[in-house]
Unconditional design. Sequence first.
Length: 826
Amino acid sequence: MVNVYCLAFYFSLLSFLCQQSSTATHILTSSQPLIDGNTIVSQDGTFELGFFSPGDSSNRYVGIWYKKIPIQRVVWVANRNSPLNDSLGVLKIEEDGNLVLNRGKNAVWSSNASKSMEYPVAELLDSGNFVLRDVNDGNSTSYLWESFDYPSDTLLPGMKLGWNLKTGLNRYLSSWKNYDDPSIGYLTYGIINIHGYPDSSMRSVWKEYYRSGPWNGFGYSGQAKYEFLKADFVNNEEEVYYIYKLKDKSVVSIVRLNQTNSDGAIQRITWVEPSRSWVLGKSWPQDFCDTYSICGAYSTCNIDGAPVCNCLKGFKPRSPETWNKTDYSKGCVHATPLNCTKGDEFLKLARVKLADTTNTWVNKSMNLNECRIHCMKNCSCMAYTNYNISGGGSGCVIWSGDLVDIRQFNNTGEYLFIRMPASQKGHSGSKTRVVEIVIVTVVTLGMLLLGLGGCFIWNTKRKSKASKSELKEIVEDKDPIVENEQDQLQLPLFDLVSIKASTNNFSDVNKLGEGGFGIVFKGTLEDGQEIAVKRLSKKSTQGNNEFMNEVILIAKLQHRNLVRLLGCCIQGEEKMLIYEYMPNKSLDFFIFDNTRCAILDWQKRFHIIVGIARGLLYLHQDSRLRIIHRDLKASNVLLDTKLEPKISDFGMAKIFEGDQIEGSTSRVVGTYGYMSPEYAIDGHFSMKSDVYSFGVLVLEIISGRKNRGFYHPDHQLNLLGHAWRHWSEDKAIKLIDKSICECDSYNLHEVLRCIHVGLLCVQQRTEDRPIMSSVLLMLGSENAILHPQRPGFFMERSPLKGNELSSSDLTSYTSNEITVTMAEGR
Ligand SMILES: *[C@@H]1O[C@H](CO)[C@@H](O)[C@H](O)[C@H]1NC(C)=O
Ligand SMILES: *[C@@H]1O[C@H](CO)[C@@H](O)[C@H](O)[C@H]1NC(C)=O
Ligand SMILES: *[C@@H]1O[C@H](CO)[C@@H](O)[C@H](O)[C@H]1NC(C)=O
Ligand SMILES: *[C@@H]1O[C@H](CO)[C@@H](O)[C@H](O)[C@H]1NC(C)=O
Ligand SMILES: *[C@@H]1O[C@H](CO)[C@@H](O)[C@H](O)[C@H]1NC(C)=O
Ligand SMILES: *[C@@H]1O[C@H](CO)[C@@H](O)[C@H](O)[C@H]1NC(C)=O
Ligand SMILES: *[C@@H]1O[C@H](CO)[C@@H](O)[C@H](O)[C@H]1NC(C)=O
Ligand SMILES: *[C@@H]1O[C@H](CO)[C@@H](O)[C@H](O)[C@H]1NC(C)=O
Ligand SMILES: *[C@@H]1O[C@H](CO)[C@@H](O)[C@H](O)[C@H]1NC(C)=O
Ligand SMILES: *[C@@H]1O[C@H](CO)[C@@H](O)[C@H](O)[C@H]1NC(C)=O
């Protein structure tokens, strides 16, 4: 007993002394080794390195943990496979510049980075990286060795997961055996298929458990909401890696590979200060469908489906008996075998997690069409798609071998084009009262030739097979979006009688408004569903093209922030579009009204801004159908019951093909005040002209003032000029709508960031304006963003003499809120 007490006293004295001597050191030098009981602490006090015993074990290891967090979580272990059984370990830098852990004369662990250095130091950085470098080397970021290159089971922010292709170094996580034992377990998580389409995979030597799906430019293909590791992805000649990032540096959140008895998970764990605990956030795999290849080859897993696994269209179960017993592992096979010599086609799958990328080949510069041709030429190519869907879609990936681990998502995911024997694809089975969008497209093309006569063909469904398939070719060439059945949009045709009944015979009481080429009525269908009916005015022949444009466009588009088309109605001269009804009217109804503006507090406005941005991003960057809206304005943003914004009115929208980025027109349509200079003056439109309109809209939402018709007693500037002036004078806060300021719960940083982004969007030069994906990033990030240049059209009421506004046409605009159409003869 006495001995124990003595020992205890001795130890506490020792540890006191040690603490005294170890404070404030973050480095280890060759003359200052680290003994058990001492620690080193990163300069900002976040991380600590020293000896520890995990769980109930008495073994000693050298590790790194968060110093300030009372519940220790070790994020890195040095000697994980060679524990010490007592406290006699010493961590030191040897003569040859190596970092070693010795017990007596025996080296237990070594960094193996030998290179003679004059003044070697090992330093624990604020990031948690433990690095070995030479003080004499002027470059303080040139490390001989770093712990970040040899992760344990934990990914810290700033850490790379992946390969240095030059040195062959692969950084991957490997699990602890168990809570008490940090030695290498059976699970790893890292990047695979680096010479094809890189993917990340959680696996053991005998089994693959989960893959995140390849990085598609926006996120991981296998993640419905891209909410997996927040990371950046780099893939070039030298390196392929993810780098884990956290937006907010003050948050302590790590990613850990957790091995359990039967399987494991990649888990995000966050330290929550108020409850002083580590909280388990998301964990992957998330559900049944995340299980690797659970449905076998050529089938998709749909978590909401019954059954969950389904063969792709044109495929059948390889083993119907076991398939019927819900054993899907044997997968599916082509219902008709492929015969490459006869020529094949491609089935388009939409909203999927891309198949296992083990047998893939990538060309980053081909476009989708070249990709298709490349795949078609090689009989072993089973599928293709874009390499990077960000920025409109680019690059080419082709798959050979069986396609496994495809997952079906509801409303996100990617396209995958799958090789099919020519006879498999068909457009049979069009139902009565249901019009396939293909026909709509056919009719539009027909209309160009036949004028309005085309409508009658559509209406009476007189379609000759020959001409249909001929036109189908054209449609497919132009626009591969119309392919398989899931994706074949079927648009209900309403009949005139029921529409008349639903709107009280188009009574004035039901009138909701008047916009682009027609009057909009509210209707209530027999089953009680409320609808908005846009009735194309009979006189306006001009509106017919816009009408068809809108039908085709909207029918293909589905996004939370776009208004949904329920159907259409064509009878005789009547042409109508039936939309979901938006009880909360449009954005202008709120933001420009002195009392109603109070309903939209900052949080709601920010939500609306982000929603509009998302809708626009969807229009711009959906890789197969790039759409320029051309008439984005407050009155074209509708609000649903939850004040979720929905972009509407596609009457002016234009489709761009694959690589097209700019178009021009002699018919400038749009709304003054929202039109970018290059569009209003020269008729050039592009995604960037929509971005300009978006910027105007953002500034309007924040200020509660219209750009067009803005008046300020002190100067001649319009809202943009006014905003820019305040911004440059650091007084942007003055711009904010009083009704936002009165409610004190708003986040000033967020508002200022939005103003900043708005100003970036309205810059004079198109190339200075950001694309919508960057806009969304900037709206959500704390990071510094570029400084805006002067906006285009920042003087409005008295046209400049300079070259910004050389067009006298502009003064000929009259009313402010109506959509103008201007025939231009320059
Ligand atoms: C610890 O391990 C060393 C050799 O690695 C051995 O010589 C020693 O007896 C062990 N000590 C205890 C207490 O088990
Ligand atoms: C260092 O090299 C030795 C011998 O080659 C090897 O056994 C040991 O695992 C290496 N240590 C590390 C940390 O890689
Ligand atoms: C310092 O070294 C790092 C890593 O080797 C390198 O990326 C960086 O360019 C170097 N900086 C200078 C100033 O040489
Ligand atoms: C591993 O995951 C399980 C279940 O998800 C959890 O209960 C456990 O605490 C985790 N282990 C560690 C060390 O975090
Ligand atoms: C599998 O089930 C389907 C429908 O339940 C049935 O039509 C088919 O005959 C079954 N096939 C076999 C091989 O049992
Ligand atoms: C493929 O099609 C060609 C031409 O029709 C035919 O001669 C050949 O036998 C077919 N091959 C297979 C394996 O069906
Ligand atoms: C990728 O495709 C482009 C365009 O077709 C071609 O010029 C280039 O050689 C291809 N690169 C490789 C590695 O095949
Ligand atoms: C066809 O694709 C396979 C797999 O990618 C490849 O090994 C083969 O060389 C290709 N054949 C030709 C003729 O390009
Ligand atoms: C994907 O494309 C975007 C836009 O062109 C580009 O910024 C990004 O770097 C690309 N990502 C990869 C991984 O190539
Ligand atoms: C997918 O859609 C179905 C039906 O619309 C819905 O019940 C389900 O919750 C959705 N699933 C997800 C993951 O969003």
